[in-house]
Design a protein around this ligand. Structure first.
Ligand SMILES: Nc1ncnc2c1ncn2[C@@H]1O[C@H](COP(=O)(O)OP(=O)(O)OP(=O)(O)O)[C@@H](O)[C@H]1O
Length: 252
């Protein structure tokens, strides 16, 4: 589904991603771990189009996407979430979900004036899809609530709902477990497993090793911009190089 080859991303003289290669098989949940500053977020940003690769290639479903703008990658079916969700705080949960798909008829000025029935029909469809997606993530009863009133975990679920509106094939999830209480974390993990069973592929950055061990196989370990190893959660956990990378990271 995704093939990353010799990917390099430099900021000035700093190689945040330093020659990384891996492939993601369809219908897998792959974990991405590594100490702070290892380059995980930069790798996500480069795959999702926020950064142009310095060199190397990225292909998604056989198409080269390296250096493409984020909206094109998004519409190709590769979406990402953020470690700290960014909903529109003063809009409701439902409105936030409805905003997600681009290219709606109502976005074009002329359509508003000349194609009102088409706009209304499309809005009805988007609203219905948003309700179904919110129902799936368990936020239906909060659909009229302002997004700013949601807890951290609920905001993560809203962010998941928003990316699901795009009907993605591959989701890059940035720390789904961060700042989430244990009850909601269990809900989020259930939802991810259900989406996986429905055929969605995931790449997940996460510091919570229990979440990684329960959901992910394989796990990629990044350290200082390089892929240190990949393997099962058990293999990664017991590999002395991984321990050393983490201890080195903490000492730094
Ligand atoms: N836009 C940027 N400009 C300059 N340097 C950057 C930029 N983004 C990241 N870096 C640097 O690149 C390196 C990798 O950072 P990155 O955020 O990708 O690591 P990470 O593994 O996601 O860390 P964390 O687990 O703390 O989120 C760091 O040294 C960071 O300071």
């Amino acid at each position: 589904m995704l093939e990353v080859r010799d990917l390099v991303k430099e900021f000035g003289g700093l190689r945040a991603v330093d020659g990384v290669s891996f492939t993601l098989a369809a219908h897998t949940i792959t974990g991405l771990i590594g100490p702070n500053g290892a380059g995980k977020t930069t790798l996500f940003n480069t795959i999702a189009g926020a950064h142009r690769p310095t060199s190397g290639s990225i292909s998604f479903l056989g198409q080269a996407i390296g250096g493409q703008p984020p909206h094109r990658i998004f519409h190709a079916g590769l979406v990402r979430t953020f470690q700290i969700p960014r909903p529109f705080a003063s809009m409701t949960v439902l409105e936030n979900a409805m905003l997600a798909p681009a290219g709606q008829a109502g976005e074009r000025l002329w359509n508003n004036w000349f194609a009102r029935p088409a706009v209304r029909a499309q809005e009805r469809r988007v609203r219905e899809q948003a309700r179904q997606v919110l129902d799936f993530v368990g936020l239906e009863r909060l659909s009229g609530e302002f997004a700013k009133n949601l807890s951290g975990g609920q905001q993560k679920l809203l962010e998941l709902a928003r990316v699901l509106m795009a009907e993605p094939r591959l989701i890059l999830l940035d720390e789904p477990g961060a700042g989430v209480n244990p009850t909601l974390l269990a809900t989020i993990m259930d939802k991810l497993q259900e989406l996986h069973a429905r055929g969605i592929t995931f790449l997940i950055i996460e510091h919570n090793m229990d979440l990684i061990a329960q959901l992910c196989d394989p796990v990629l370990v990044l350290a200082q911009g390089r892929l240190l190893m990949q393997g099962t959660p058990q293999a990664v956990r017991s590999d002395p190089r991984v321990l050393e990378a983490y201890l080195g990271g903490e000492a730094a």
